[in-house]
Design a protein around this ligand. Structure first.
Ligand SMILES: CC(C)(COP(=O)(O)OP(=O)(O)OC[C@H]1O[C@@H](n2cnc3c(N)ncnc32)[C@H](O)[C@@H]1OP(=O)(O)O)[C@@H](O)C(=O)NCCC(=O)NCCS
Length: 217
């Protein structure tokens, strides 16, 4: 089974982050943009990784274990253990702290791994960080046509507060402005705990190992 982990990105991960950004957004931020986030105490720049351990069977396409060729030694066939694949960055999420608000600026999952509950795991972690930082609200802008992202944010209690007309220069599309309030309240902690159970169940159904609360900010 493949494992999952979420932690802050470091300088050595930035090339992978830019590659993922290119895949998911067509190149939203440059490497300098990501580097600025690393240097800022008011940003959380998170990565979601997957890796395989020796002997684990991959149910997950291209992140799977590499099986080395069989060896012939003195006429006998040997089955070397699978090589351990180093962690692969398959998700990125970022928030900026502006006064008492968490501005979610990036949320992306590698297209090969979408639809398995990973986007919600990463969003959950960003919101947990916002709660820990005692921020009051979370906000973001998203393309009005991005129904998958809108559905994800609505699931987490985000509400549309308005639109920025023709905000995206490439298509002239509107941005929907979403807000999630009350994240500093004690009840939000219980909400996060309930969500965590659902998210972990979903990940387990999809054969992912590891728990999202193994990540402690
Ligand atoms: C938006 C994004 C992060 C979602 O990640 P994901 O891992 O695919 O999402 P999840 O599997 O965690 O699904 C979470 C919820 O999103 C919605 N969703 C996911 N896939 C969907 C689909 N194909 N159709 C409709 N809704 C969908 C659902 O509400 C889903 O909850 P449910 O499965 O309980 O119904 C991912 O699609 C992505 O990286 N898109 C490109 C970048 C982007 O648009 N980012 C958001 C803008 S900031």
């Amino acid at each position: 089974m493949p494992f999952l982990g979420i932690k802050h990105l470091a300088a050595e991960h930035l090339n992978s982050a830019v590659e993922l950004d290119r895949l998911c957004f067509g190149g939203l931020w440059t490497i300098e943009g990501y580097r600025r986030e690393l240097d800022s105490p008011n940003s959380d720049l998170l990565g979601l990784w997957t890796w395989e351990t020796e002997g684990s069977e991959s149910a997950h396409n291209q992140a799977g274990t590499h099986h080395p060729p069989l060896l012939q030694i003195r006429g006998r066939t040997h089955h070397p253990p699978p090589l351990q694949v180093p962690p692969i960055l398959i998700g990125i999420g970022c928030l900026w702290v502006i006064l008492e608000e968490a501005h979610i600026t990036i949320l992306a999952i590698d297209p090969r791994f979408q639809g398995q509950g990973l986007g919600q795991a990463l969003l959950w972690t960003l919101l947990k960080s916002a709660h820990r930082r005692q921020l009051e609200r979370a906000t973001l802008e998203v393309r009005a046509s991005n129904l998958v992202a809108l559905s994800l944010y609505h699931k987490f209690g985000f509400k549309e507060a308005g639109r920025r007309k023709r905000y995206y220069a490439d298509t002239g599309e509107d941005a929907a402005i979403l807000w999630r309030s009350d994240i500093e309240k004690p009840e939000f902690q219980q909400y996060l705990a309930n969500q965590k159970v659902k998210i972990c169940d979903r990940l387990q159904q999809k054969n992912w190992q590891g728990s999202i609360d193994s990540f402690e900010l």
